[in-house]
Design a protein around this ligand. Structure first.
Ligand SMILES: [Zn+2]
Length: 117
């Protein structure tokens, strides 16, 4: 489990642990839709094992987004007197937009590792 998490955040192939899944300069900070290898550069494992495979990653991405919203809200809420201040929305939204591309990469990695051979 911990080993898989380490491989996921290191952008490693679920099959051979050597090849990289995403071609972006940085796994964490690249902006724009992630550039993904279709096959592993090392072992030629096909990442999209069937058409539409990554649609399921949307559920993982959704879970990440909810989690990040809650954490951001809990941190931001410390700076306001009321439990819910509408200005918190204007803090949570930019954070979610900044994390959007990381979420796509992370959720696809998690999804692949859930169905790894
Ligand atoms: Zn591989």
């Amino acid at each position: 489990m911990l080993k898989s998490i380490r491989k996921i955040v290191n952008n490693e192939c679920p099959c051979c642990d050597q090849g990289k899944v995403f071609r972006d300069k940085s796994f964490y900070f690249s902006v724009g839709f992630p550039k993904m290898n279709t096959n592993c550069p090392n072992c030629n494992y096909k990442f999209e094992i069937e058409p539409g495979f990554f649609i399921g990653a949307l559920y993982v991405s959704y879970a990440f987004t909810i989690g990040e919203s809650i954490v951001t809200y809990l941190i931001a809420q410390q700076f306001f007197e009321k439990l819910f201040d509408i200005r918190i929305v204007f803090i949570v939204l930019p954070v979610l937009i900044l994390l959007m591309f990381l979420n796509i990469r992370l959720s696809r990695m998690v999804w692949m590792y859930l169905f790894k051979p």
